[in-house]
Design a protein around this ligand. Structure first.
Ligand code: HEC
Length: 168
């Protein structure tokens, strides 16, 4: 085979590969897979990236680690015991499950009160603690946030533990 013929053969192969690639690409663009299930209900965007929902993370989280993080990062502004005083922020005993910005006797910012229809769940707490100023721009909680999702889960597990024993 002379080199001109080899070149032609090479070019032909290349074209074939390109053609297959292109049609694969077109096919995949034209037919998205998997076909999205159409439902009438808007599917909320998941709060957390792949790797487990925040509920799963909290279920497997460490209350002890959460307490240690809170001692270092929250205690200067928040008391955690039953009937504790407001420091810079409100007392956080029993906060999980209550409405946002709804602790009697504490004057919340309008920024946080704007969320008062929401309750403190794993998901809202994770968003809040991940970046208070993102969740409630203008909040008076001057705290940069906890970047690590597992650290947030530990803190949330600790906050969840702060409630009276439920009667059997
Ligand atoms: C520099 C002081 C400061 C630090 C540190 C701080 N907070 Fe706060 N926190 C506040 C203030 C002030 C508010 C009230 C915010 C507002 O009204 O905008 C608040 C509000 C909150 C609320 C909302 C309470 C409710 O009933 O709506 C939660 C929950 C909370 N903080 C948790 C934490 C946790 C957990 C940490 C530690 C990881 C922390 N905070 C660290 C000052 C602080």
């Amino acid at each position: 085979m002379d080199s001109a013929r080899l070149n032609r053969l090479g070019a032909a192969c290349l074209l074939a590969v390109l053609a297959v690639g292109a049609s694969w690409g077109i096919a995949h663009t034209a037919v998205p897979e998997p076909l999205p299930a159409r439902s009438g209900v808007a599917i909320p965007r998941p709060e957390v990236p792949a790797g487990g929902s925040i509920d799963e993370l909290v279920a497997g989280a460490s209350v002890e680690k959460g307490r240690a993080i809170a001692d270092r990062q929250c205690a200067m502004c928040h008391s955690m015991g039953p009937g504790g005083p407001a420091i810079i922020g409100p007392n956080l005993y029993g906060v999980v499950g209550t409405h946002v910005g709804d602790i009697p006797g504490y004057e919340f910012s309008d920024a946080l009160k704007a969320h008062k229809d929401e309750t403190w769940t794993n998901a809202t707490l994770s968003r809040w603690l991940g970046g208070p100023a993102d969740y409630a721009p203008g909040t008076k909680m001057s705290f940069p946030g906890i970047a690590s999702e597992t650290d947030r889960a530990d803190v949330i597990a600790y906050l969840r533990s702060l409630h009276p024993e439920k009667p059997e």
